[in-house]
Design a protein around this ligand. Structure first.
Ligand code: 13P
Length: 249
């Protein structure tokens, strides 16, 4: 089955609202396409102006986080309804930076995924191993555990709509990319894990991205692999080069 590629920028904690609008305006001229799904995942405060900036294009806007409650006394958090009302279609969940600096666990990741799905926001579910785990040879086991907990109580029909991002922590922001073979090995293992948990149709439908120092130079080789359906891009999503990941040549 042909899966449509999905290229998402993760702007992380970069760009003020006015800078975000300027970047969205610059990029939208370059990456407005039907061929692949293009998503700008932006800081919460930038969501409303960026949704406005990309109106009339095929580009979607994503959030970088959400909270798993509907409303109430959760100072500083953002509910799924707030994101939906602002025009958000995707949300990054369980990025390694959130796990490391904000104490997110596999269990909170699972709660956030269920909440996003309940509100028809597509979760981009991050997983990935540390350098130590890779060196010790336990990376596949580790990622299978992350995936199995992330998908608890998610139905097969819901799982088919999800996006998984494999992001080896040692490759994030370091300039060191996983080789295309290393990335494919893990993306295939993730798909096999989904097949075990659900079935072949679900494994065939779910889209799996690679993330970690992906750029204009290495995108083509990574995206050519059969189990890599897109990219989650940090640094290179803040530059016009982003178009060379959307349209690798
Ligand atoms: P870099 O592309 O900057 O390595 O970041 C990857 C990432 O963390 C995307 O979520």
């Amino acid at each position: 089955m042909a899966r449509k590629k999905i290229i998402a920028g993760n702007w992380k904690m970069n760009k003020t609202p006015s800078e975000a609008v300027a970047l969205a305006n610059e990029l939208k001229a370059l990456v407005d396409t039907d061929e692949v799904d293009v998503v700008f995942c932006v800081p919460a405060i930038d969501i409303i102006p960026v949704v406005d900036a990309v109106k009339g294009t095929k580009i979607s806007v994503g959030a970088e986080n959400l909270y798993f409650e509907e409303s109430g006394a959760y100072t500083g958090e953002i509910s799924p309804n707030m994101l939906v009302d602002a025009g958000v279609k995707y949300v990054i969940i369980g990025h390694s930076e959130r796990r490391e600096y904000f104490a997110e666990t596999d269990e909170t990741v699972n709660k956030k995924i269920l909440k996003a799905l309940e509100h028809n926001i597509t979760p981009i579910i991050c997983c990935g191993e540390s350098l130590t785990q890779r060196k010790q040879g336990v990376y596949i086991d580790w990622i299978r555990m992350q995936i199995k907990i992330a998908f608890q109580n998610v139905t097969a029909d819901q799982a088919k709509t999800c996006v998984i991002a494999y992001e080896p922590i040692w490759a994030i922001g370091t300039g060191e990319t996983a080789t295309a073979d290393q990335a494919e090995e893990v993306c295939l293992a993730i798909r096999e894990c989904i097949k075990e948990v659900y079935d072949e149709a679900t494994a065939d439908a779910i889209r799996i991205q690679y993330g970690g120092s992906m750029n204009a130079g290495n995108a083509k080789e990574l995206l050519a692999k059969p189990d890599i359906d897109g990219g989650l891009i940090g640094g290179a999503s803040l530059k016009p080069d982003f178009k060379d990941i959307v349209f690798p040549n």
